[in-house]
Design a protein around this ligand. Structure first.
Ligand code: FAD
Length: 469
């Protein structure tokens, strides 16, 4: 008689590498890993190449909170978030081997660094005979999914918006019900934010994580969205969603957000802003060098003026709206979009300083600091990117009268001017003596003269022969 030992099939194990997708709701890679495998290993690797240098304390604090929150969520599903430090490729393959994972699920991202990481991961997985399955990451509509006739990406926003608005999004993935982790894996320590960054986070920065992001999302859809179009440029009202940091780290999914907004309203102004985010995402993916180089070189010879840069950064230009923006940035790691535009135009056009210095200063403090949106917008305000009117200059005074007509935003952030009523706060140089605190500086330049200097410089670069004659 022959005896057969029953063959117990080995469990199918998958590893999910988290990057900028720190959530469990609408996470297609996690949902697919759980559906197609018996055991799942969720992993996040703290990559010294991204976290080194000690800068960006706001984003690091937000990241650590988001990782802690994700770990709690995965634990409540029966799993865990494994944390490692080091090279993401080596750590992923090491853990995949230890756990016996045959498939790695990862997200594709648009920056040059993320693309190089994905291609290294693909080749390491091939060598180790591990299957790699990638899913689009941050955008509602992935970069490259929409292309105009005869080109490989959209260079101008408006035509891309038409296609984007008519595009059906992938279905929102359900939140997993449970997850099984292989036994015996070391979960790894979640470091304190102070261990990863030298600086101190801004006191008013938002709390990181999917739980906080979803609370904000629900409140926004219920209470904020309806008034967005009327109030989005009103600086004092502060009536925008403030979802950007959660979108940046994927604590809230862009696909879910757009889907839910479309269920509530058709063709909203809010949806249009989310389309800008995808537009800049595809612009960076198609032009990775635009993170450092002007997309359209206008021949600018940016001024070298360290003192002016420092005064702009510190919120001491003497233009209250510009100063308010920079002080909000320092205090909250966040700035209202209209104020970002005014402060950005002031740096690149009024002061005629290199937009890269501005982008760096924003990136060091913004909790939502994102290469595609930051650089895309900076190049837009500097007129070296996707703006179809590259030489337009935002007049800080005209902007202040229009978007902060009662002066409440300027007074909120520039206490030296608290004694100036209404819109007079925007022109402290006209105020009667004694109403402006003596430490508030005089204007760094006269905007009108500086704007003329900028226009002349751009004109000269356009027709150098005529200008030199
Ligand atoms: C110079 C400059 C630098 C910027 N840097 C960044 C950055 O690093 N990261 C970032 O997320 N946004 C950046 N923006 C865009 C915009 O200012 C912020 O997305 C917005 O202020 C975030 O606030 P909110 O979430 O309340 O926006 P809402 O007005 O509620 O808009 C909803 C969402 O749409 C997206 N969005 C809105 N406006 C833009 C825009 N102009 N470009 C791209 N996406 C947009 C954001 O994801 C935002 O969360 C920058 C803008 C300028 C002018």
């Amino acid at each position: 008689m022959t005896c057969y030992t029953p063959v117990v099939p080995l469990p199918r194990t998958a590893l999910v590498l988290f990057t900028r997708d720190l959530r469990v709701h609408d996470h297609p890679a996690l949902a697919e890993a759980i559906r197609s495998s018996d055991l799942v290993v969720p992993l996040f690797v703290l990559d010294p190449a991204l976290l080194g240098g000690g800068a960006a304390a706001n984003r690091i604090a937000f990241l650590v909170e988001a990782l802690g929150d994700l770990r709690e969520s995965l634990r409540s599903l029966g799993g865990d978030l494994l944390l490692r430090r080091g090279d993401p490729i080596e750590e992923t393959l090491r853990l995949a081997t230890a756990a016996g994972a045959r498939t790695v699920f990862a997200a594709s991202d648009g920056s040059a660094y993320a693309r190089a990481r994905e291609s290294r991961l693909a080749s390491a997985c091939r060598d180790a005979r591990v299957e790699l399955r990638t899913f689009p990451l941050a955008s509602a509509v992935p970069p490259g999914a929409l292309v105009p006739a005869g080109d490989d990406h959209y260079r101008v926003f408006t035509p891309s918006l038409r296609r984007w608005s008519a595009t059906r999004l992938r279905p929102v993935a359900p939140r997993p019900a449970r997850l099984r982790l292989p036994a015996g894996l070391d979960p790894g320590e979640l470091p304190a934010a102070s261990e990863l960054s030298r600086g101190r986070p801004s006191p008013g920065r938002p709390r990181g994580g999917e739980t906080a992001g979803r609370q904000r999302l629900e409140r926004w859809l219920a209470e904020g969205l309806a008034g967005y179009e009327a109030l989005r440029d009103d600086l004092a009202a502060d009536a925008t969603s403030r979802l950007s940091p959660y979108l940046h780290l994927g604590c809230v999914s862009a696909v879910e957000l757009v889907t839910r907004v479309r269920e509530l309203q058709e063709r909203t102004e809010f949806e249009r802003q989310l389309a800008w985010r995808d537009f800049f995402g595809q612009l960076l993916a198609a032009n990775p060098r635009s993170a450092r180089e002007s997309l359209r070189d206008r021949g600018d010879r940016w001024r070298d003026d360290a003192e002016a840069l420092e005064r702009w950064r510190a919120g001491l230009t003497g233009y209250p709206l510009v100063d308010a923006a920079m002080r909000q940035l320092a205090a909250e790691g966040f700035v209202h979009n209209r104020a970002r535009l005014v402060a950005g135009s002031f740096l690149a056009k009024t002061l005629y300083l290199d937009w890269r210095d501005g982008a760096r200063a924003f990136s060091e403090l913004l909790v939502d600091g994102d290469v595609a949106s930051n650089v895309g917008n900076w190049q837009w305000v500097a007129g070296t990117g996707a703006d179809t009117r590259p030489n337009r200059i935002l007049d800080p005074l005209a902007q202040a009268r229009r978007f902060d007509p009662r002066g409440a935003y300027a007074r909120r952030w520039v206490p030296e001017l608290a004694g100036l009523p209404g819109a007079t706060v925007h022109e402290p140089w006209r105020a009667p003596a004694g109403l402006v605190a003596p430490e508030y500086p005089a204007r760094i330049v006269d905007h009108v003269a500086a704007a003329a200097r900028f226009r002349a410089a751009r004109e000269a670069r356009r027709s150098p022969v005529a200008a030199e004659a």
